[in-house]
Design a protein around this ligand. Sequence first.
Ligand code: CA2
Length: 150
Amino acid sequence: MNRTILVLNGPNLNLLGEREPDIYGFESLEDIRIASERCAKTHGLGVDFRQTNDESEIVSAIQNARATANGIIINAAAYTHTSVAILDSLLACDIPIIELHLSNVHKREEFRHHSFVARAATGVICGFGAYGYELAVNAMAHLIAKADAS
Ligand code: CA2
């Protein structure tokens, strides 16, 4: 059976590589998509990699993932810290969810320390830059294999 991970990226992440490399690194989101797909392939998994600046599109993508994906990796960007709507859609999913951030949000401003997404996540990865996406794909492969075995 084909297994797919939805990798969902929130607002402004389309600017990666263009601004603030000291915080977010030099890789573009396209570089990250390619690395994520390559990593997923080593586990026999597919990736549905998306970015949107629109909160309602994120909610709809999460709702659709209930029928089309085996796990969700989400970097909700600024919506991480504000969106109950995204949290509610994640809570309605019974597939594994990994919260991901490029930066170590706990080392940054106070308002980034709280995450609504974390309440729905199996685990959280932050502070590893673009490499965090590969860490998240590897962790998701483990969670999907565990779910398949049970
Ligand atoms: O560290 C992360 O991955 C964040 O999710 C990134 C968000 C931020 O609001 C979160 O607190 C942590 C911001 C994404 C903005 O991305 C940019 C990339 C390049 C230039 C400007 C913004």
